[in-house]
Write a protein that binds this ligand. Structure first.
Ligand SMILES: O=C(O)CCC(=O)C(=O)O
Ligand SMILES: [Fe+2]
Length: 441
């Protein structure tokens, strides 16, 4: 059972709880039955005010048994997107067919999770000084090792995001990375973004329509991907050499961090790396995504990057020195990931969540569009190879005596993720549970 309108599900997702709103139980099938409190008759137009709970950000499907004439009952279905947690009134005129009588004095409302809308109504941080942990990675090699290990454990367990300073990647290299990435964007991408890109076209169309809607299915982002097999931009001098060197450094850092996580989780050294490499060798995927979030004329109508959790393993983000925009969802509040020049932001993806049997949760994050600045960010992803088998580590499972996650092939997970990136992750785990390797466990 879960509830909407103030119960555990909504608080997990960070929707503001409202004491004045009754909780409505939702069965596992996901439907609720709410009695209609008022008598309805052919003479009186049914009034639904106050009956439907305010499932903030849920699309609810209402099917009401209705009859134009008492003996001719028929069920109709409609989808209403409740845009605001305070919305308690559903205008009966929004049903496509005329309604005279509510036949059996009940309606079934089926909540359809709509995370993007829910995310919109999560509170902005009420504590502006709340910041994700900043950890001095160099102290790992000092007498403060134990404290640093504990800080990283806390970053993984309590936050899912933290920033490393003194991480060992030379500052001169980072300065060059910033320079060549911005040069490349200016030279090879910016003009095309504003002249030909889909988000620019769609936003313009929507603004012209003046409906007040938001662009829901696209990001205000320019992206190109670097991996060992991709073609790289060639017009920017020193781009390839610089980024190749950077990728090698950041991959080393990822591997060090995975060893720290092994130790903190109490699993053998090298366990995560080995799991991601399908047992041995160097087959794990290591990709780098160079993003720019251009200034947006209507930042309230589109997101730089919609809220999501990352699919893979460990993500190392080199974000803009000054332009913010990245936020994480923590205890129901969106918190800024404060820019710190030359730091590296670390977060863990869905596969670390599985491997750690839920001890390290992947965390929702998003990037807001900005009206007047371009934000640069360079994210590197250390992910399992498509053929790697992912499952909770035996040593961790033994502690709680329960597999909290399925065993599956990472490639199968990615097929689901590609379709469902901006939706809650639990159905993704559910989807691979049925397709794959459970039987061999
Ligand atoms: O650009 C950023 O700051 C975040 C990028 C991100 O979350 C992603 O690419 O998955
Ligand atoms: Fe992400």
């Amino acid at each position: 059972m879960w509830t909407i309108g103030g119960g555990p599900a909504s608080s997990t997702l960070g929707i503001e709880e409202r004491a004045d709103v009754p909780s409505i139980s939702v069965s596992e099938k996901g439907s609720i039955k709410t009695p209609i409190s008022k008598e309805s008759s052919a003479q009186e137009e049914p009034e639904l005010e106050g009956i439907i709970p305010p499932p903030a950000g849920l699309i609810i499907e209402i099917s009401a048994a209705l009859a134009a004439r008492p003996l001719k009952a028929k069920t109709i279905k409609t989808r209403l997107k409740l845009e605001h947690p305070n919305l308690m009134k559903i205008d009966i005129k929004r049903f496509k067919e005329p309604i005279n009588t509510i036949h059996n004095r009940s309606i079934i409302a089926t909540p359809v999770p709509d995370f993007q809308t829910q995310a919109k109504y999560c509170k902005p941080s009420s504590s502006p000084k709340m910041a994700i942990p900043v950890i001095d990675f160099s102290k790992l090699n000092s007498e403060e090792r134990a404290m640093t290990m504990a800080q990283i454990a806390n970053g993984c367990e309590e936050w899912g995001f933290f920033q490393l300073v003194n991480h060992g990647i030379p500052v001169e290299l980072l300065e060059k990375v910033k320079m060549v990435s911005s040069d490349c964007y200016k030279k090879e991408r910016e003009e095309n973004f504003f002249k030909n890109s889909t988000p620019v076209k769609l936003l313009k169309e929507l603004v012209d329509k003046k409906t007040g809607d938001k662009l829901e299915n696209i990001d205000w982002e320019d992206v190109f991907l670097l991996s060992d097999d991709n073609e790289w931009p060639i017009k920017t001098p020193e781009f390839k050499e610089t980024m190749t060197e950077y990728r090698a450094e950041v991959k080393k850092l990822a591997e060090k961090l995975m060893e720290v996580m092994d130790e903190n989780l109490g699993i053998p050294k090298g366990y995560i790396k080995k799991a991601f490499n399908g047992g041995e060798g160097d087959t794990a995927f290591f990709g780098t995504k160079v993003s720019h979030y251009p200034p947006c004329p209507n930042p309230e109508m589109v997101t730089g990057l919609r809220a999501h959790t990352d699919a893979g393993g460990v993500i190392l983000l080199f974000q803009d020195d000054v332009v913010d925009g990245l936020q994480i969802l923590k205890d129901g509040e969106w918190i800024d990931v404060q820019p710190i020049p030359n730091s590296i932001v670390i977060n863990t993806g869905d596969q670390i969540e599985v491997l750690s049997n839920g001890r390290y949760k992947s965390v929702w994050h998003r990037v807001n569009a900005k009206p007047d600045k371009t934000r640069r960010s360079i994210a590197s992803f250390y992910n399992p190879s498509y053929n790697a088998t992912i499952e909770p580590a035996t040593e961790i499972v033994k502690e709680v005596n329960e597999f909290g996650y399925p065993k599956f092939r990472f490639g199968d997970y990615m097929s689901v993720y590609t379709e469902q990136k901006f939706l809650p992750k639990e159905p993704r785990f559910q989807a691979v549970r049925t397709t794959t390797l459970e039987v061999s466990r």
